[in-house]
Write a protein that binds this ligand. Structure first.
Ligand SMILES: O=C(O)CCC(=O)C(=O)O
Length: 257
């Protein structure tokens, strides 16, 4: 596939709105292969190795019943580290080229998490910004939220508040099963839904407020958030920086390892 990059207009839109959507990042065959691989982990007993698998909290508590245990997963972390196909996605030339345009030439992967919304089971993810969760400065990471299925308003596509990444970190509070922006600090009427076909990426700033609805449809909604940072970022958590997955370019003394 041709390597895609952002046009100057798309880069300006990312700066203004805090996000940009790019379709056809990989071929239909490759999207299908990634989807099959996920099913091998969730439904067919493929050994997870380094991959961490988390159940939907309401399924775990027995509040929601599923036909197959594989229909109860909410999140798979570390696929890029633990799976060859997903490593290829994390290093996809178009995704990395776009990250380089946004974040500069020295890149590390901060995190990767596949978010699953099984039909009728997938719960909402409340309105939040990512940076308040993350021990990285400056608060200027970029995630590619890559869709393995068509993401629609019915199955929980992304919803964003354009431009609000410019407002800095907003106060968040703990609620049952979630950590969300406090009421009054964003205007729900300004929320915009972003339906996307499978194989697309929503590139978004780590201060962009975003939300996904529960899956009330008959169709799966699976998407992986691939979150990158400049290697000049610093770790603001306790102790020494963890060693992050290297994507390209150099590392710097005193910065994330
Ligand atoms: O995929 C979802 O449902 C939520 C994703 C999200 O909020 C994130 O990647 O920060």
């Amino acid at each position: 596939m041709l390597v895609q990059t952002l046009t100057p207009e798309q880069l300006a839109a990312y700066d203004r709105d805090g996000f940009v959507v790019v379709e056809n990042l990989v071929s239909k065959e490759d999207v299908a292969a990634l989807g099959c691989r996920v099913r091998e982990y969730t439904h067919e007993g493929r050994p997870p190795g380094a991959i961490a698998m988390f159940m939907e909290p309401r399924v775990k508590r027995g509040e929601v019943k599923v036909e197959h245990p594989g229909d109860g997963y909410r999140k798979l972390e570390n696929l890029v580290e633990g799976d060859d196909l997903f490593r290829g996605l994390g290093l996809n030339p178009s995704i990395v080229a776009i990250m380089e345009q946004i974040l500069g030439p020295d890149l590390k992967l901060f995190r990767n998490a596949l978010l699953l919304k099984p039909p009728q089971v997938g719960s909402p993810k409340g309105m939040h910004q990512d940076s308040p969760y993350w021990p990285i400065a400056p608060m200027a990471l970029c995630s590619c939220w890559f869709t393995l299925d068509d993401a629609t308003p019915e199955n929980g596509c992304m919803a964003v508040i354009p431009g609000d990444h410019k407002r800095g970190p907003l106060p968040h509070k703990q609620v049952p099963d979630d950590f969300v922006i406090e009421e009054g600090y964003y205007d729900p009427a300004r929320m915009v839904l972003k339906p996307m076909p499978a194989g697309s990426g929503l590139f978004f700033h780590s201060l962009l407020p975003h939300y996904t609805a529960p899956n009330r449809s008959k169709n799966w909604r699976r998407a992986i958030a691939l979150s990158y940072m400049s290697s000049r970022s610093t770790f603001t958590g306790k102790g020494e920086s963890p060693v992050y997955f290297p994507v390209r370019g150099n590392s710097y003394p005193g910065c994330v390892r």
